[in-house]
Design a protein around this ligand. Structure first.
Ligand SMILES: [Zn+2]
Length: 318
């Protein structure tokens, strides 16, 4: 019977889940609402619903289910899955024992931070294939990040490593969601891009972006940027400058082989990644950037659950 590994990626809006073979083949996948707004009990109920569905799908596909992996927002004690810190997208989630939740149904599970899972998925089956060290970023409403060195995730002494979004870009700068000031996230995540585009548009009376100013969607900005709209280009160039500067500092710190950029902002496309690349190479030391590659993530929304499934490979692969 073919072995499969179950992965679940818990997000503020959706729970994405699927079954993966040790070779990275996706056997089955689906998404359900996480209903984060209805409180942690509802989220827990939906997580178990996803797990039950995976058990059912493994049976239906005549495969042997060899373990569960879950990626969750927040600081996560690996592998047992106690949520020990910050997860703003799921109110009340801190303190949850995800491992215990699965244990109550007789299911063994490994749990890690969602950005760590995304990085593991990209490392094994996406943009990071064939590399040993990489800095993985996902930029959307917030910023997720993880670092892989010598093929292993760097989780930190207390599982709290990888908060690139809250590195300070400007001392005493803009207020961030985390309560501090001047963080990379406050300047470069999607809400900041929308805000700065609106400001820049004050100078451009003729930009078509002005039509829907109150409801300005990131995709609208990206499309305008791809068509060469001046206001969108200025906003995205500024974003790339700030992000590239911050990533350049990380390159100096960690000297990775690759920087992988994913998440909603990566949908601005190749021209945007090229702008970030240019700034990184300006800011990083030559020795740190010599063989560095800046690339787009490849697995899109699937990276999280795929990486979560991979957490059980060591024990069960083959
Ligand atoms: Zn912050």
């Amino acid at each position: 019977m073919k072995k499969v590994y179950a992965g679940i990626d818990l997000g503020g809006s959706y729970i994405k889940a699927g079954l993966l073979t040790a070779g990275g083949k996706r056997v089955s996948s689906f998404k359900i609402l996480s209903e984060a707004g209805s409180g942690p009990k509802t989220v827990a109920k939906n997580l178990l619903l996803a797990a039950e569905k995976l058990v059912f799908l493994a049976g239906k596909n005549k495969t042997k289910l060899c373990g569960f992996g879950v990626g969750s927002p927040g600081t996560i004690r690996y592998p047992d899955g106690i949520v020990t810190g910050s997860s703003p997208n799921i109110p009340g989630w801190v303190g949850t024992n995800i491992g215990g939740l699965f244990g109550s149904r007789g299911l063994e599970v490994k749990v890690d931070n969602d950005a760590n899972c995304m990085a593991l998925g990209e490392y094994l089956f996406g943009a990071g294939r064939g590399t040993k060290s990489g800095f993985y970023l996902t930029i959307g409403t917030g910023i997720g990040c993880a670092f892989i060195n010598n093929g292993r995730l760097m989780r930190g002494s207390n599982y709290a490593a990888g908060e690139f979004g809250h590195i300070v870009l400007k001392y005493n700068g803009k207020r961030c969601k985390c309560g501090r000031r001047g963080c990379v996230e406050a300047y470069t995540a999607v809400p900041a891009l929308i805000h700065s585009t609106k400001n820049i548009l004050k100078k451009y009376d003729k930009s078509p972006l002005k039509k829907n100013l109150n409801d300005l969607a990131p995709m609208t900005i990206f499309e305008a940027f791809k068509k060469g709209d001046k206001a969108a280009t200025e906003a995205i160039s500024l974003n790339a400058k700030m992000l590239g500067t911050a990533i350049g500092s990380v390159v100096n710190l960690l000297n990775p082989e690759i920087v992988v950029i994913g998440g909603g902002l990566a949908q601005a496309g190749k021209k945007y990644i090229d702008k970030i690349r240019k700034i990184i190479f300006e800011f990083a030391f030559d020795s740190a950037a010599e063989n560095l590659r800046i690339i787009s993530a490849q697995l899109g929304n699937n990276a999280g659950w795929i990486g979560a499934a991979c957490m059980n490979f060591d024990k069960n692969s083959g």
